[in-house]
Design a protein around this ligand. Structure first.
Ligand code: NDP
Ligand code: OXD
Length: 320
């Protein structure tokens, strides 16, 4: 008799945004129910203990009466917690070196682009204009990383290796070699030092609309290059895009790099698309790798079934 597999539900919503096909192949010893297989699945799934979700359907959880663990297909969990019907079960978020490395690459690339003024040189090139610009060293630029979790700490260390002066801010104070760290109560002192701000905060009720005009007004300008710069790889719900646009127009911001937006995809009428001081990427700073998610989920299920504590659990009280 064939050995019975344990059911694992895979539910990745919205085809085109995050694909679910490769997940089924990764779980060879589990039955995977792929809710994104193009067919209608109105039924109640009894016996399904685990779900991997990205922007789950509001009614999904009601159809999983035996669910024991919710796995987020991303590092962020706002897409799960915003659903009113999310059951009171452990939520495990995605933490993996592949994701961390990708985010740090994106952050370093953005900081170097603004330091070396690539947008301005692109504009000169398009006009065949041989025009040398000022060249401050990285150490003259203070980059403030907001959010010193898994992603923020790695980005801070790598920015430091590139030569930037790096400072960091988080809810609770951190200790990172060579990086001066500030806690929540020290935000104004922190902001007053920053030529560049890198946002790596989760979206929670506390961080909604957080990057706004009053915050941008507290940042520091460098005398030689367009500054201050706002770089957001966290969540678009934490930024106020009308403020970003007006601050770019008023010169309160010298440039931005945005990977995340209040509404995704970014609306075709957004002036951000064509703003000469804006670098726009389509929520790809650190894409979740399906194979890495499968390994991570497998590892956590093994721990759980062996009676060991789950890793990377979300604290629902604080929302991340
Ligand atoms: P972590 O949970 O590891 O870190 C979050 C950090 O934010 C912590 O340092 C935390 O402080 C800090 N924080 C949270 N709320 C506040 C607050 N109100 N005030 C000050 N600090 C606060 O998350 P990750 O580093 O793994 O990921 C960060 C976010 O990046 C994710 O939530 C997700 O939204 C986004 N992301 C975006 C991706 C993309 O492609 N654009 C890819 C992956 C993630 P403390 O340390 O004190 O708890
Ligand atoms: C994530 C993301 O949260 O891709 O991992 O945004």
């Amino acid at each position: 008799m064939a050995e019975q597999k344990s059911p694992l539900l895979l539910a990745v919503q919205f085809a085109g945004e995050r694909k679910s096909d490769s997940f089924s192949e990764a779980f060879t010893d589990r039955d995977v129910i792929n809710l994104n297989d193009g067919t209608h699945h109105p039924e109640i799934f009894h016996g399904v203990k685990y779900a991997i979700v990205w922007k789950p359907d509001a009614k999904l959880f009601a159809r999983l009466p035996d669910l024991e663990i919710i796995f987020s297909a991303g590092a962020g969990v706002d897409h799960i917690l915003q659903s009113k019907d999310v059951p009171d079960l452990p939520i495990v978020r995605f933490v993996d070196p592949t994701l961390t490395t990708r985010m740090s690459e994106w952050v370093c690339l953005q900081c170097l682009s603004h330091l070396r003024q690539t947008k301005q040189y692109d504009a000169s090139q398009s006009k065949q204009n041989w025009n040398e610009r000022p060249q401050p060293e990285a150490k003259e630029i203070t980059v403030g990383v907001m959010g010193l979790g898994i992603l923020g700490q790695d980005a801070a260390r790598k920015l430091k290796m590139l030569g930037f002066t790096v400072i960091g801010w988080s809810r609770t104070k951190k200790q990172i070699d060579g990086v001066e760290c500030f806690d929540q109560s020290e935000i104004d002192t922190f902001l007053a030092h920053c030529h560049f701000v890198v946002g790596l905060l989760p979206l929670t009720p506390d961080t909604k609309g957080f990057y706004n005009r009053p915050l941008f007004l507290k940042l520091k300008s460098h005398p030689e290059i367009a500054t201050p710069i706002f770089i957001n790889g966290g969540r678009g719900g934490s930024q106020v895009e009308t403020d970003i646009i007006s601050c770019l127009e008023d010169g309160i911001l010298g440039g931005v790099s945005l990977d995340v937006f209040e509404q995704e995809p970014l609306s075709l009428d957004s002036p951000l698309w064509s703003h000469p001081a804006a670098i726009i990427t389509p929520h790809v700073a650190a894409s979740s790798d399906a194979t890495a998610i499968s390994h991570h989920v497998n590892r956590q299920i093994q721990r759980y079934e062996a009676g060991e504590p789950l890793e990377h659990l979300v604290d629902r009280q604080i929302g991340y």
